[in-house]
Design a protein around this ligand. Structure first.
Ligand SMILES: [Zn+2]
Length: 383
């Protein structure tokens, strides 16, 4: 991973590069900031820059053996810690099946990060089948960190441990690592990544140097989308505006044809408004045929559009994040989504999301959702 692979964040890059050049890389660094801003990518680029045998003033060389291995995430002196299933870790101390399990996890990790260094926590949990549960960094994992860092370095003169989502360390794990962070072996660097440093044990936090990684500007996102993915400047600008400073969200918006969701949302709202029940059941059939992830995405999309329509209803056009035809429809439909019913509509959509996320039956979930919505939207709802 090169610094140049990372979208925006010039100030953070400069700061890290300066630290490396001046030989004052902190033993424990904390890259903190919101989701989708490139913290993990920065951590890996920084690790590569530290280990590179022939770095340039602005980036790693990309061709030395260290760069080659870091770029595949297989450098023996670059270690990763990430949240995983709690129970499994506990039983995992030394037997072979565990080590194999850890290896499998590492293989999935490498693939996920190489595919998208902007991946977010839920992407990871989906990949390791955590089924909407939150992962933890357990005391067993902390023990493994201590073991790895007590080994002599293999190839590089430095060792780097990247802790992704350090806030997922439980208290025992954090306490176990504390001593190592207080008195790290020479040339050992912790790079922690956190979206919520407030959840991290204060004693750990106070020993890290925090660097804030801010949300990306809409224009940085737009430029990256056009340069890297060939998205037209107009669409890139729209996406930049609605992705809330997150390149992860921007990528998601480019991958998914939100127009499909928009059509579905518009149909749903129109049919509910007109109380066309037989057509609504056809709508339910259609959406029930989608995969569960797509159903979830549709529902988050519908929630977003509903919120935004309320903004338009309240005359707050400036802070509405709708684009193109969404915005037109939002404006036309906004009289029917107001203070009086938006709570009910939002609740209904959110409830459907929960049911789908918990493996509820899509037909039943969407049918019940559609009937609820029909009750809340349209002329008959005025009370
Ligand atoms: Zn290099």
């Amino acid at each position: 991973m090169f610094f140049s692979d990372i979208v925006g964040q010039d100030a953070v890059k400069e700061k890290l590069i300066k630290q490396a050049k001046e030989n004052r890389v902190p033993h424990a660094l904390m890259l903190a900031g919101p989701q989708g801003t490139g913290k993990l990518a920065l951590a890996i680029a920084f690790a590569q820059y530290i280990m590179c045998e022939n770095r340039t003033p602005s980036d790693s060389c990309g061709v030395c053996p260290a760069c080659t291995k870091v770029s595949k995430l297989i450098h023996p002196d670059l270690h990763f810690v990430y949240p995983a299933k709690a129970g499994k870790d506990k039983s995992d101390t030394a037997d072979d099946s565990t080590i194999e399990g850890q290896e499998d996890l590492l293989t999935v990790w490498r693939k996920m990060v190489l595919d998208n260094p902007y991946m977010i926590e839920t992407d990871w949990y989906d990949a390791i089948d955590l089924n909407n549960k939150q992962g933890i960094i357990s005391v067993a994992t902390a023990g493994e960190v201590i073991r790895k860092l007590s080994l002599k370095s293999f190839e590089s003169d430095s060792k780097v441990m990247i802790v992704w989502l350090a806030e997922r360390m439980n208290v025992q794990a954090a306490n176990k690592l504390l001593k190592l962070i207080e008195e790290p072996p020479a040339k050992t660097y912790f790079i922690m990544v956190s979206e919520n440093p407030n959840l991290i044990l204060k004693t750990i936090l106070s020993r890290t140097q925090q660097v804030f990684v801010p949300p990306l500007s809409a224009s940085a996102i737009a430029i990256a989308l056009t340069e890297r993915l060939g998205i037209t400047p107009d669409r890139a600008r729209d996406i930049g505006k609605v992705s809330n400073g997150s390149y992860h969200e921007a990528l998601r918006l480019t991958r998914h044809n939100t127009n499909d969701y928009f059509e579905q949302y518009r149909n749903l709202m129109r049919l509910c408004y007109a109380k066309r029940y037989p057509d609504l059941l056809d709508w339910v059939d259609d959406i029930s045929r989608l995969g569960r992830e797509e159903q979830k995405e549709f529902l988050s999309y519908a929630l977003k559009l509903t919120r935004e329509s309320l903004m338009l209803n309240l005359g707050l056009d400036d802070i509405s994040y709708l684009m193109g035809e969404e915005s037109e429809f939002g404006k036309k439909f906004s009289p029917f989504l107001g203070i009086a019913n938006v709570n009910q509509v939002t609740k209904t959509l959110a409830h459907a999301y929960e049911c789908i996320a918990q493996n509820g039956n899509p037909q039943i979930t969407f049918a019940s959702m559609a009937l609820q919505l029909a009750k809340h939207i349209g002329p008959a709802t005025q009370t």
